[in-house]
Design a protein around this ligand. Structure first.
Ligand code: GLU
Length: 514
């Protein structure tokens, strides 16, 4: 691409960033990087009624957790600062007025009652589109129906007004979307949207187009839910005389519920008990105003790289069998023209699979660090320090889906089992098993060598061989005594980690309680 690619992620801080928003950010990031372009974060907070405290910080934290770095943002600044629309309020008005001066937009003075009456009339007439448009605009109180003097007087005396775009009655608006292909809408399906509100602030449409233009955005990559707005945006570029600078649009397929039926929503997260936000979020229910904490992918034990890999595939595929892609590999392989039109099912089982694969291939040291951080986050109590935690992580990494599984499924590393698995007890805890544990207890207490997996292996296996015991009897009994379970990672590794004193104590305990 010869052009200097500039893309933006432009969320509105109206709540927690949805995982679909993260996918949008990811696709923008990948596209920018592979074209040696610039990835920008712009906060679209013109709608103060929908502003939610903490939502902006949440966006920053989420992108940081995923490592989706932006070159220009409210935090970093940049050549087109500010990047928060609420701080750019002075920017937009002149464009709205320019359109009025050129006859492409108009002042509308209608009161709420007048607008309500219009709606009621349209409803009664069963007009399927309830709007302020080419037909209805001539019945309303605006600068198209009032005399010039009247308009002037009203403005001078301070009457409230909005500026509406005058949708030209041309046939259709067409553009070529990079993903959806040629798309078109008839101008009559658009309404005369408000561009500037009574308080002088822009609406989303005006601010979005003006900022994309001023920030020299070359590609608008966003969710398909914005496609209906795109027709108006394309028209605004034309009306503002910016047609040649219009970015290319790429509307991404929607994310569907795991069932494939309908758009993925916050409610699915609650109903299915699955995360749909990247980080935990104190969510206030719109209807009941009750607050509940919703776990995020991070709190559920997902690695950010695994989530990104999972998200990359929701709408895109490389056309090969390869599924595991590091972020650098995604930068190489991702191709906007391979993004599909059809909506993508949010398959949570697949997300888990990706996480498993990533945990398995994470190096032990890093996993140890992550485990330590997780322990701290959970307030989990243990004296174990990093070297031991690293050993535990290394032993467990083949068997976990989430990092937290180490603390659940591998709880025995940290504390003696309180109960013994019933099935294993019945099957494995017989005279032979018991007497083996008794004897090995003596062997291990007498042992003064290094307390280390290989040496212990030699000692224990040596004992089994020498006494011609059955491996399949002895080892499960020993495992049951030490972990309370019938299966798990390398037993010698477990014995090494829990240490001599604890091992002896656990062996004694099973002999007294069962
Ligand atoms: N502010 C819009 C949102 O919240 C951005 C749409 C766009 O990217 O143009 O998603």
């Amino acid at each position: 691409m010869s052009q200097n690619v500039r893309v933006r992620f432009a969320p509105s801080p109206t709540g927690a960033l949805h995982i679909g928003g993260v996918r949008t950010a990811l696709y923008n990031y990948l596209f920018a990087r592979q074209n040696k372009g610039t990835f920008i974060l712009r906060i679209e907070d013109t709608d103060q009624n929908r502003y939610v405290e903490g939502a902006e910080k949440y966006i920053f934290e989420s992108l940081a957790w995923f490592g989706l770095d932006t070159a220009e943002s409210p935090l970093k600044g940049g050549p087109h600062a500010p990047y928060r629309q609420s701080e750019r309020q002075g920017v937009y008005q002149k464009y709205a007025h320019q359109l009025v001066d050129e006859g492409k937009a108009y002042y509308a003075f209608d009161t709420k009652e007048e607008i309500d009456a219009l709606k009621a009339r349209l409803e009664a007439a069963k007009a399927n589109q309830i709007s302020y448009n080419a037909v209805t605009r001539m019945q309303m109180t605006n600068s198209l129906t009032l005399s010039k003097e009247e308009v002037k007087t009203r403005i001078e005396r301070g009457d409230a007004y909005v500026i509406r775009v005058k949708i030209p009655s041309k046939d259709e608006i067409r553009f070529q979307d990079m993903i959806m292909g040629w798309v078109k809408a008839h101008a009559s399906t658009l309404d005369d949207k408000v561009l500037l509100k009574e308080d002088g602030l822009p609406t989303y449409h005006l601010a979005n187009v003006v900022d994309d233009y001023l920030m020299k955005i070359t590609h608008v990559i966003r969710g398909k839910e914005w496609l209906p707005s795109a027709y108006l945006h394309v028209l605004l570029y034309e009306l503002l005389g910016w047609k040649d600078a219009m970015p290319q649009f790429a509307h991404l397929p929607l994310l569907l519920k795991p069932s494939g039926k309908g758009k993925l929503s916050k409610r699915d997260g609650i109903a299915l008990g699955i995360p749909i936000f990247p980080l935990s979020w104190e969510d206030t229910d719109d209807k009941t105003q009750t607050v509940q904490t919703m776990q995020g992918f991070r709190e559920d034990g997902f690695l950010p790289e695994a989530v990104l890999n999972f998200l990359a595939f929701l709408g895109w595929n490389p056309g090969t069998e390869q599924e595991i892609f590091s972020i650098e590999e995604l930068v190489e392989a991702f191709d906007l023209s391979r993004v599909v039109k059809s909506d993508a099912v949010f398959d949570f089982e697949k997300a888990k699979w990706f996480n498993q694969q990533y945990l398995k291939s994470t190096d032990d040291q890093k996993l140890g660090n992550l485990l330590q951080a997780e322990i701290k986050r959970q307030g989990f109590v243990t004296d174990f320090e990093l070297p031991k935690l690293t050993q535990i992580a290394a032993l467990m990494k083949e068997r976990i889906t989430f990092l937290n599984d180490i603390l659940k499924d591998g709880l025995y590393f940290f504390e003696a089992p309180q109960v013994y698995d019933d099935k294993t007890l019945k099957k494995r805890w017989d005279e032979e098993g018991r007497s083996f544990v008794e004897n090995i207890l003596t062997e291990l207490s007498d042992y003064s060598g290094e307390w280390q997996a290989e040496a212990l292996h030699e000692l224990i296996h040596g004992y089994i061989d020498k006494n011609e015991l059955k491996m399949g009897k002895a080892m499960p009994a020993l495992r049951l005594a030490l972990t309370g379970l019938g299966g798990g990672p390398d037993l010698m590794g477990i014995i090494e980690v829990i240490g001599k004193a604890e091992t002896l104590q656990r062996l004694k305990r099973i002999l007294t309680v069962v």
